[in-house]
Design a protein around this ligand. Structure first.
Ligand code: CDP
Ligand code: CDP
Length: 225
């Protein structure tokens, strides 16, 4: 088989998807695609332009006239919204607290999935999100579903904030994660769920390298087939 496959990584917030996806992509010299950043970019624009997050028609119209690009740079991947670097802004608390309301609309998802699929035409990709194994790349050669207890996930975000010098509140983080997970799993359109053929990894007591090694082991196995 040719060496370029698609790896789909899904799971709830702070399960370690993007950290591990980047490592795996680096190891395999694949491209990494952060689909969450795309939903976050649309959310940022909707907030800036005062578009109601409940208004599916307006959000879909806004998306159709919006350019969202992932660009590789020396400093890692950057996200561009209408040609402006918004890599930092899309991780803001305001965007984080609102993104799940934007991502629940079927017509927004339909367009996002179309754009994401266009990015996977050439294989050799690691893509992370919520619906990658179930909807975006249902024929991905390797599908992974990462999860961890909400306490552990909140602790990870807390430590991440502290290491960056930001003030942080563990209980508030836990609430934010629980709220987002609830909306993501309960929505009608492509909810967060493990694909039947995904490998489930509970990362609660695993290191980043442990998780990356397990995924790379699975990739090696598939490539030998
Ligand atoms: O990094 P973190 O797990 O906190 O979030 P993210 O991956 O950036 O995703 C932010 C939000 O976008 C999620 O909570 C979902 O509401 C939405 N999302 C989605 O619906 N489908 C995807 N494929 C990716 C993200
Ligand atoms: O993308 P997602 O929201 O699933 O998680 P992330 O942004 O990769 O954040 C996970 C955080 O937990 C990062 O600060 C990692 O360093 C840390 N972590 C991890 O990703 N995996 C582990 N097994 C242990 C810690």
């Amino acid at each position: 088989r040719d060496n370029n496959i698609a790896i789909a990584i899904d799971g709830p917030a702070a399960a370690g998807k993007s950290t591990v996806a980047k490592l795996v992509a680096k190891e395999l010299a694949y491209i990494y695609i952060d689909t969450g950043a795309m939903y976050r970019s649309l959310t940022l624009k909707a907030l800036n332009e005062h578009v109601s997050l409940e208004n599916e028609v307006e959000l879909a119209a806004l998306l159709s006239s919006t350019s969202i690009e992932l660009r590789q740079s020396e400093a890692g991947q950057k996200i561009y919204l209408d040609n402006r670097d918004v890599t930092r802004q899309v991780r803001s608390l305001e965007v984080t607290n609102n993104v799940s309301y934007v991502a629940k609309h079927a017509s927004v998802r339909k367009e996002m999935v179309k754009r994401q699929q266009a990015l996977t035409e050439r294989r050799g990709v690691v893509m992370d999100g919520r619906d990658i194994g179930t909807h975006v790349i249902p024929d991905a050669e390797v599908k992974i579903f990462l999860h961890a207890t909400v306490e552990e996930r909140a602790k990870r975000r807390y430590e991440e904030n502290v290491s960056k010098g930001f003030a942080s509140d563990l209980e508030a983080l836990k609430k934010e994660i629980e709220q987002r997970d609830l909306i993501d799993t309960k929505r009608e359109s492509a909810p967060l769920i493990k694909a039947d053929d995904a490998i489930e990894i509970d990362t609660t007591s695993l290191s980043i390298d442990d998780v990356a090694d397990r995924i790379l082991g699975e990739v090696t196995r598939v490539l030998k087939e």
